[in-house]
Design a protein around this ligand. Structure first.
Ligand code: HEC
Ligand code: HEC
Ligand code: HEC
Ligand code: HEC
Ligand SMILES: [Ca+2]
Ligand SMILES: [Ca+2]
Length: 186
C-alpha cells in the first residue's frame, strides 16, 4: 500500500506539479515514438499518453492493453481502449489520446445539448487565480468528480454545485456563473 502510494506521488509529481521535468526512464516512450514517428514532438510524445488517467498500477486503459499485448502496438490498433468512439490507430494518427477522452491534454470538453462546456484542468489545478492550487479535493472527492474524464457520464447535478458555487464565491467576471457563459454553442 505504501509503495503504491509512493508510486502515485511520483507520477503525480511528474504529471501535475513538474510537467516539464524529463524523467530518466524514457524507454517505453521511445518505443512508442519509434512505432509512430509522426507523433514526435506532438502531445502524444508524453508520458501522459499511457499514464493518465491512471486506472490500475498507474496505467491508463491504453497502457494496460499495451502491457497485455507485450508492447505489440500493432495488435491494439483496431481497439477503442478509451471508449470514445475512435480506434487507437485513428486517434494516434490525429495526435489524439488513445487512453483518455480528453481531446487535448488537460482540456476537457463536456458535450451538452445546452452547448459544450470547456474545462481547463491545468489552470484550475495550478493557477493561483483559480483558487484551487494543489487542492485536488475541491473537485475530487468520493461524492464529486472521479479522476477520469468521462464525457458519457452525466455531470449536470455535480457540476452545477461544484463548479457554479466556487465561481459565485470567486466574485470575478472571469469565473462564469451564467448558463451561456459556460455552455457555448458553436
Ligand atoms: C506507450 C505507453 C507508455 C508510455 C508512452 C510511457 N509509459 Fe511508463 N509504462 C508503460 C507500461 C505499459 C508500464 C508497465 C510496464 C510493466 O508493468 O511491465 C509502464 C511503467 C512505468 C513505470 C513503472 C511503474 C511501476 O510499476 O514501477 C514508470 C515509473 C513509468 N512507466 C514512467 C514513465 C515515464 C516517466 C514516461 C514518459 C517519459 C512513460 N512512462 C511513458 C507504458 C508507457
Ligand atoms: C476545479 C476542479 C478540479 C480540480 C481543482 C482538480 N480537478 Fe482533476 N478533474 C476535474 C474534472 C471535472 C475532471 C473530469 C471528471 C469527469 O469527467 O468526471 C478531472 C479529471 C482528472 C483526471 C483525469 C484526466 C483524464 O485525462 O481523464 C486526473 C488524473 C485528475 N483530474 C487529477 C487531478 C489532480 C491530481 C488534481 C490536484 C492537483 C486535480 N485533478 C484537481 C476537476 C478538477
Ligand atoms: C474552487 C474554485 C473553482 C472550481 C471548483 C471551478 N472553478 Fe472554474 N474558475 C474558477 C475561477 C476563480 C475562475 C476565474 C479565474 C481568473 O480569474 O482568471 C474560473 C474560470 C473558469 C472558466 C473561464 C476561464 C477558463 O478557464 O476557461 C470556465 C469555463 C470554468 N472556470 C469552468 C469550470 C467548470 C466547468 C468547473 C467544474 C468542472 C469549474 N470551473 C470549477 C474557480 C473554480
Ligand atoms: C460553471 C459552468 C456552468 C454553468 C454556469 C452552467 N452549467 Fe450547465 N453544465 C455544466 C457542466 C460542466 C455540465 C455537465 C455536462 C456533462 O454532463 O457532460 C452541465 C450540464 C448541464 C445540462 C445537462 C447536459 C445537456 O445535455 O445539456 C443542462 C440541461 C444544463 N447544464 C443547463 C444549464 C442551465 C440552464 C444553466 C443556467 C441556469 C447552466 N447549465 C449553467 C456547467 C455549467
Ligand atoms: Ca478511442
Ligand atoms: Ca481518446
Amino acid at each position: 500500500m505504501k509503495r503504491m502510494l509512493q508510486k502515485l506521488m511520483l507520477l503525480l509529481a511528474f504529471f501535475v506539479v513538474l510537467p516539464t521535468v524529463v524523467y530518466a526512464t524514457p524507454g517505453i516512450m521511445k518505443l512508442f515514438v519509434a512505432q509512430y514517428p509522426d507523433t514526435a514532438g506532438s502531445q502524444l510524445d508524453s508520458c501522459r499518453t499511457c499514464h493518465l488517467p491512471a486506472e490500475k498500477d498507474c496505467l491508463n486503459v491504453y497502457a494496460q492493453a499495451v502491457k497485455e499485448k507485450s508492447f505489440d502496438f500493432k495488435a491494439l490498433e483496431e481497439l477503442d481502449s478509451d471508449s470514445d468512439g475512435r480506434t487507437n490507430l485513428e486517434e494516434i494518427k490525429d495526435k489524439q489520446l488513445p487512453g483518455s477522452q480528453a481531446g487535448e491534454d488537460e482540456l476537457f470538453v463536456f458535450t451538452a445539448r445546452m452547448g459544450n462546456v470547456t474545462f481547463n484542468h491545468e489552470k484550475h489545478s495550478l493557477d493561483e487565480a483559480y483558487r484551487t492550487r494543489g487542492k485536488c479535493e475541491n473537485c475530487h472527492t468520493q461524492a464529486t468528480f472521479p479522476r477520469k474524464f468521462d464525457d458519457n457520464a452525466k455531470w449536470q447535478k455535480i457540476a452545477h454545485i461544484v463548479c457554479k458555487n466556487c465561481h459565485k464565491e470567486a466574485k470575478t467576471p472571469n469565473a462564469p456563473t451564467k448558463c451561456k457563459e459556460c455552455h457555448i454553442k458553436k
